[in-house]
Design a protein around this ligand. Sequence first.
Ligand code: TYD
Length: 162
Amino acid sequence: MIEQTLILIKPDGVQRALIGKILSRFEDAGLKIIGMKMQWVDEEFAEKHYKDIKERYDEKIFNNLSEYIREGPVLAIVLEGVSAIPIVRKMVGSTYPSEAQPGTIRGDYSHISKEHANKHNKKVGNLIHASADEKDAKHEINLWFTKEELHTYTRTDEFHLV
Ligand code: TYD
């Protein structure tokens, strides 16, 4: 099934100049970029984006996360493709970079562990966000993008797939 999913390259990913490398991975995997924008997040928007986190985890995790996402501009991208939601999650890797497999974005470019982050009260800088499931993808895409900001076009390699 063709799905759409939301990616955020978080402030550390932008500041470490990893945008090109990260986008290349998705493009190389055949995922189509159908929307993209750079934006600062404010407190109110962070709360809307991470509304489930507040319910799922504790206030401290939410506050750290809200601070982290507001450290600098983020790049928001909507990707489209066959089973895009689970495929992108696989490419992103585990939440804690030290647990993420080599070959995943978090495993290749970030290394902080949960224990280190907790001990030193540091954020879990894991570079990227990806929608967890269909429900989250729908909510997040609607939150970040208007209909007019999402585009329809054919990638040249789509001709080779049929
Ligand atoms: P989650 O949605 O569980 O992870 P993922 O980003 O892999 O989908 O959590 C969202 C973010 O919350 C995660 O990227 C980092 C942060 N977080 C912490 O900082 N500490 C934690 O203990 C957890 C569970 C998450």
